[in-house]
Every structure is written in C-alpha cells, then in structure tokens.
Design a binder for this molecule. Structure first.
Ligand SMILES: N[C@@H](CCC(=O)N[C@@H](CS)C(=O)NCC(=O)O)C(=O)O
Length: 225
C-alpha cells in the first residue's frame, strides 16, 4: 500500500487525486505544518527538504510532485500516453511546462515576496500575473486541439496538476486584482469543471474540505486589492 504524506488543499492534492483515479490502495497521512510536522527528523528522512508531497512506495520514498506522478503513471500504465506512443512527446513537453513553468509562476503569484523581497513584491506580482496569463493562453491553445491527456473527461497526470494550479491562482493570489478565473480560458475551464464533477475527484475534494466549484471557480480568498 502507498502512503501519501500531505496537507489538505496543499500540493499533495494532485497526488491524492491521481491515487484515487488509479484506484490503488493508499493511506493519506495528514501532516500539520503549524505543529512542525514537516521539520521532524522522521519526515526529513523521507524528504530532506521537509516538503510535501512525499509518497512511500515499494521502491522507497519519493518526493518532487512530477517525479511521483511519472512514477505512478509508469508503474500503473495509466494517466499518460504510453512510452513509445506518438502522443508521448507532446505530452511530455506540456507536462514539464506545467510542472516547471506554470507551477513556479503560480507560486510567485501567491508569494511575490519570495524571489526578491517585500520591497519589490508589487512589481514582481504584476509581471508574474502578465506572464502567467500568457502561459495559460499557450496551454489553452493546446487544450483546444483536444488531446485526450488535456481534456475534461479523461484525467491525466498533466490535467490533474493543471486543475490544482487553476484553483490556486483563482483562490489565493497575493493581490485579489490578480485572481485569474479559469473561465477566461474556456478549454482549461472545461477541464476544471469536467474533473471536479467526477465522483472520484469530488470525493477527494470533500476529504480535503472542499465543496462547490473548488477547481473551476473557487472564491478568491485574498483581502488585499
Ligand atoms: N518542487 C517541490 C515543491 C514542494 C513544495 O514546495 N511543497 C510545499 C507545499 S505545496 C511545502 O511543503 N511547503 C512547506 C515549506 O515550504 O516549508 C514539488 O514539486 O514537490
């Protein structure tokens, strides 16, 4: 059985959704950031950086979200085009785009003070907001060409990752004016909606304390304008 170490409504959510979609046996170990659970020697032995998600597997503990997702997909031959198939290369391009470009941009939209300090955080947030919208427009173009791995009805490790990020950038930007509704990108919005309506994903969202349009149109929780 897999053990997923995570925190509800944090980045472990994509692994939680992937495990549920795969239908494999797993246990979720809910950690408490405030209580210092990520800093304990026991958790640092699983991930020396003290971050979630971590997945305990028959091959040992794995950290880094993209590594966990690729591992699961390869081990269970699901949630991604098969190696050697014609769809593998475009899938890999856009999967890595989401993990290496979209995810860092989303994090900077949420925490614009991190790259260069609070003095310049408004400038950083503005620039990131513009860059993120351009990145989403590129992904929208791909989604409109309707590959199965970026579609509303058939989740992939890429689409699951994307819908988690779509939630974050609508709900938690540092400045409310930078909240990005997925509805601005119709094909991406359809994916968020299609995924949140799946009973498997609905159940995971509920376990993580989320109801309503948590992926496609969550309320913006930011007070800052
Ligand atoms: N590159 C890592 C990033 C992991 C990460 O930053 N996780 C956040 C939660 S989404 C975390 O654990 N933060 C705790 C901290 O920074 O102390 C991955 O993709 O797994």
């Amino acid at each position: 059985m897999y053990i997923l170490h995570g925190i509800h409504d944090w980045g472990s959510q994509v692994i939680h959704m992937a495990l549920a979609e795969l239908g494999v046996a797993y246990r979720f170990n809910a950690l408490d950031f405030q209580a210092g659970d990520l800093a304990t020697p026991a958790f640092r032995a699983l991930n020396p950086f003290g971050r979630v998600p971590v997945l305990e597997t028959p091959d040992g503990p794995i950290f880094e979200t993209a590594a966990i997702l690729l591992y699961l997909s390869e081990r269970h031959l699901a949630l991604a085009p098969a190696q050697g198939s014609a769809e593998r290369a475009p899938f890999l391009i856009w999967f890595i785009f989401v993990t290496n470009s979209l995810h860092p941009s989303a994090m900077t939209l949420l925490h614009p003070e991190r790259p260069a300090g609070a003095m310049v955080q408004e400038v950083v947030a503005d620039a990131t907001h513009r860059a993120l919208r351009e990145q989403l427009a590129q992904l929208e173009r791909i989604a409109q060409s309707a590959p199965w791995w970026l579609s509303p009805d058939q989740p992939s490790i890429l689409s699951l990752y994307l819908v988690m990020l779509l939630r974050w950038i609508k709900a938690f930007p540092a400045y409310a004016a930078h909240s990005i509704p997925s509805a601005d990108f119709p094909a991406l919005h359809a994916i968020a909606k299609g995924h949140e309506e799946r009973p498997t994903i609905r159940r995971i969202l509920e376990i993580e304390g989320l109801t309503g349009p948590a992926l496609s149109n969550p309320a913006c929780e930011t007070a800052n304008s």
